[in-house]
Design a protein around this ligand. Sequence first.
Ligand SMILES: Cc1cc2nc3c(=O)[nH]c(=O)nc-3n(C[C@H](O)[C@H](O)[C@H](O)COP(=O)(O)O)c2cc1C
Length: 224
Amino acid sequence: MYIVAINGSPSGAKGCTGRLLAALIEGARESGAEVALFELYNLTVKPCTGCRTCQRVGTCIIEDDYPKIKAAMIAADGIVLGSPNYISSVSAQMKALFDRSFSMFHTQALHGKYGAGVIASGGPMCQPAEEYLMHVIGSIGCWKIGSVVTGGGVLDDPAQAPDVLKEARDLGTRLAEAISIRPRYPEQEEALEQSFEIMRWLVSEHKDIWPYEFEYWQKHWSST
Ligand SMILES: Cc1cc2nc3c(=O)[nH]c(=O)nc-3n(C[C@H](O)[C@H](O)[C@H](O)COP(=O)(O)O)c2cc1C
């Protein structure tokens, strides 16, 4: 059981996102998962240039750390995305990773894996960032196990920190358990199926200009 956790916070392990992720990872490891953590602040994932080479040939022309993160996500059973709330969304580092993963949305390369999200926020208005992060997890094809969100210095308050960290640890445990028993979630079926079928249609409509993506669908999802 292999989980890839990605920290999109420029504050790294010492930041609130990093501390929440550490608790989540602890819960997952206690339940038997092997977890690889990618800290985007000390990796290079440059912004997408929109050249669409990934759709034609399956690889990106930019030379940086993206290919190794992509390979880890494809090999994983579970994906954890963690980001600070930056202007009601994710950090630029995390958004760059999403954009570079464009072709994985089209090919639904992570379809059927299990995902969880972490958002650390300054204030309490963290819902747009959380909803966006979880939307990304769903639209790339993962079952959504849950999310943990903190706002307003909760992690620095000795009265509240243990509760939030426990919530994160429990989410890690639930993610690992889901991976081992592989449930389906009826309330998520329709949305997951919809993203999948929209991408199948889109890629098939553009098969002449996106040959890699079309061949990926033929090879991986033709029987579904
Ligand atoms: C560029 C930037 C944008 C931010 N935008 C918001 C925001 O829109 N809403 C909010 O509540 N907090 C915002 N914050 C505060 C962070 O979400 C908060 O400090 C968070 O805990 C940082 O996580 P970290 O410790 O992992 O870096 C912002 C902080 C920065 C640096």
